[in-house]
Design a binder for this molecule. Structure first.
Ligand code: AMP
Length: 289
């Protein structure tokens, strides 16, 4: 069956009420559209967990700290709808900016601690925008579960924290990063890269996986990170915002690999800023947390 487009809060709530009458469970997959296999993998996981799946597509202006990035962000609703129909999502919820932020809107959700540092330090206001829109989408839809990609690892922590702190009864399910054959994490922004930029971009995952292996072999963290930054610069990235080792469970900074961790990085090319992260478990830790 074709995916249905919904554009208003009222219609979204009515639809959810109908599903609830049939005792159906509901999953939500928040996105900004320009859907790729990474997004669709989240939708497939959602379909395996819930009876009804809503994919939200909203290019949220409040999470862009750069006006040019907001203007250049790809908007491809028609092909998004076709892809969602193919995978079997039930609803594409695409509210307008006026629906999400009506005249007089004056509330911001700020998540402390996990939204500080990393991208929070380089994109002022970004996580406030994310937290505010995600809270609204959670409250508008009232889903049982929400799927988020590990690609945006700090965002995953921000969303988990706000759901817990605001007692929103929703389970957050993390999903693995889907990569291109050369390792580059799929992202809607990748389509903006020129051919030479796309070639440079592939160094980001390569450098991170190499550094993760060095950490596993107990090389000193500061040396591994310094070398990773150097290699990114040599590959042709314009600016490296950070390469940082953090605890996987609470994002606290780590000097030594003494618990399951993530090595996270953000680096810029003229057409797009890229982020990625890889898991680094100390040799003794076999199981996934
Ligand atoms: P975005 O549209 O970029 O805001 O992403 C929407 C959701 O899809 C977020 O939960 C992202 O973490 C997730 N996502 C984006 N890219 C990927 C990817 N390559 N693999 C898995 N999940 C992804």
């Amino acid at each position: 069956m074709a995916t249905t487009i919904i554009r208003t809060v009222e219609e979204m709530r009515q639809t959810v009420r109908r599903w609830r009458c049939k005792d159906g469970s509901i999953a939500v997959v928040p996105t900004m559209g320009a859907l790729h296999e990474g997004h669709l993998s989240l939708v497939r996981v959602a379909l395996s967990h819930a009876d009804w799946v809503v994919v939200t597509v909203f290019v949220n202006p409040t999470q862009f700290n750069n006006a040019e990035d907001l203007i250049a962000y790809p908007r491809t609703e028609e092909s998004d709808l076709a892809k969602l129909t193919t995978v079997g999502a039930h609803v594409l919820y695409a509210p307008s900016v006026d629906v999400v932020y009506p005249k007089g809107f004056a509330t911001t959700v700020h998540v402390g601690n996990v939204s500080h540092g990393l991208c929070g330090a380089h994109r002022p206001g970004h996580f406030d925008g994310v937290a505010t829109v995600v809270t609204k989408l959670f409250l508008q839809i009232g889903a049982d579960i929400a799927l988020f990609g590990e690609k945006d690892f700090q965002q995953l922590h921000v969303v988990r924290r706000l759901a817990r702190d605001l007692d929103i009864p929703i389970q957050i399910i993390p999903c693995a990063t889907i990569r291109e054959p050369d390792g580059l994490a799929m992202s809607s922004r990748n389509r903006r890269l020129s051919t030479p930029e796309r070639q440079i971009a592939s160094h980001l995952p390569a450098v991170l996986f190499h550094a993760a292996e060095q950490l596993r072999q107990s090389l000193p963290t500061h040396e591994v990170i310094a070398e990773a930054k150097r290699r990114l610069e040599e590959a042709g990235f314009d600016g490296i915002d950070y390469v940082d080792l953090r605890s996987e469970t609470d994002l606290s900074p780590l000097d030594t690999l003494d618990r399951p961790a993530r090595l996270l990085a953000a680096a810029s090319l003229p057409s797009a800023r890229l982020i990625d992260n890889v898991r680094v478990a100390p040799p003794a830790w076999k199981q996934r947390i």
